[in-house]
Design a protein around this ligand. Structure first.
Ligand SMILES: [Zn+2]
Length: 288
C-alpha cells in the first residue's frame, strides 16, 4: 500500500516511519500510535481511510467513494470508539461485540478497521476482552489504537500490537495554531489573523499542515451545522464556535479556501502574497 500521511500534525520522521511499514507490505493487524491525542487520532483516522480507499495510487486519495464515506463518518467498515473523553468509552460489552463482529466479513472494503482512540483509558476487564481477538486475529481486520501513554496498558496488549511513538510536527503546536486562526477569522479586525498567518512566511510545510487542520475544523463546523456528531479535527470548541457564528454557505466557502492551499503551495506561490490573499479570502468567506 502506498500510504500517504499528510496534514496529520505529526513530524515527517514519524510519518515516514509508519508509511515505510505499510509500503513494505508488512501491515500489522494491530497497532498502537503513542503520542498527543489530537495528531495521533488524526493519523489513525487517515490510516483507516487508507485501508478502505479504492485508489490504485497513493492512499487515502480523498476522492473515491470510500474516502468520501470515511470522511463523512459513514463507511460501514470503519468503527470508531473514542475513549479520550473518559474511562467509560470502552465498556466490556462493546469490546465483546467488536470481537464477534470482527469475524464477519467486511461490508464493502477489503478489510474492516476498528479505531480505538485513547486506549490508555480502557479498563483492564475490557483490555482482557480485546486481547482475545488480538491473539487470534481474523483475516482482513485491522485494529488501530491511539494512546497518550502505552505504559498504562497491559503488557499482553502491548506485545500483541506494533507500537509507534509519534512526534507532533513543530512540537504539536500546529493544531493549536489552527484553532487560534479559526477564532481570529471571526474577529472584525484583520490584524490578528494577519499576525498569526505571518508566522508561516518561511514555513511552507507548516502552512500546508495548518491549512489541513483548519480544513478539518471547518468540516466539523459544517457537520455540526447539519446536526451531525462526527468530529475529525479534535478541536470541538473551535468547530462549535464557528458553527454558532457563521452560516452554512460561509462555512462551505471557508472550506473551499483551505482546499486551494496545497495546489497554491505546489505551484510554488510567493509566500507573503499567498498568506495575504489567504487572509483576505477567509475574511471574505466569513463576511468580515
Ligand atoms: Zn480513496
Amino acid at each position: 500500500m502506498n500510504l500517504l500521511l499528510e496534514n496529520c500534525g505529526i513530524s515527517k520522521k514519524s510519518a515516514d516511519e509508519i508509511s515505510a511499514i505499510f509500503n513494505g507490505g508488512r501491515v500489522p493487524h494491530a497497532l498502537i500510535l503513542e503520542g498527543a491525542p489530537q495528531p495521533a487520532a488524526l493519523t489513525a483516522k487517515t490510516m483507516a481511510k487508507a485501508c478502505v480507499c479504492t485508489s490504485k495510487g497513493a492512499k487515502p486519495c480523498g476522492q473515491c467513494a470510500a474516502c468520501k464515506k470515511a470522511v463523512a463518518g459513514s463507511h460501514p467498515d470503519i468503527f470508531i470508539l473514542d475513549g479520550d473523553a473518559g474511562t467509560r468509552a470502552f465498556p466490556v460489552d462493546m469490546i465483546r461485540k467488536i470481537r464477534t463482529d470482527a469475524y464477519i466479513r467486511p461490508n464493502e472494503a477489503d478489510c474492516k478497521v476498528y479505531l480505538l482512540l485513547g486506549v490508555q483509558n480502557m479498563a483492564e476487564v475490557s483490555q482482557n476482552a480485546l486481547l482475545k481477538v488480538l491473539e487470534e486475529p481474523p483475516e482482513n481486520v485491522m485494529f488501530i489504537m491511539t494512546a497518550s501513554n502505552v505504559s498504562q496498558l497491559l503488557p499482553t496488549i502491548r506485545s500483541r500490537a506494533q507500537v509507534f511513538t509519534i512526534n507532533g510536527a513543530d512540537g504539536e503546536k500546529l493544531p493549536e495554531k489552527a484553532f487560534a486562526i479559526a477564532r481570529a477569522i471571526l474577529n472584525p479586525k484583520e490584524s490578528e489573523l494577519l499576525f498569526l498567518l505571518s508566522d508561516f512566511s518561511n514555513d511552507r510545510e507548516g502552512f500546508r499542515q495548518t491549512a489541513g487542520c483548519l480544513q478539518l475544523v471547518f468540516r466539523d463546523a459544517l457537520v455540526a451545522r447539519s446536526g451531525g456528531k462526527s468530529r475529525l479535527s479534535g478541536q470541538d470548541t473551535a468547530a462549535s464556535l464557528l458553527c454558532g457564528s457563521l452560516t452554512r454557505s460561509s462555512l462551505l466557502e471557508l472550506l473551499e479556501v483551505t482546499e486551494k492551499v496545497p495546489a497554491a503551495l505546489d505551484r510554488n506561490a510567493n509566500m507573503p502574497l499567498l498568506l495575504t490573499s489567504f487572509c483576505a479570502c477567509l475574511r471574505c468567506a466569513a463576511g468580515r
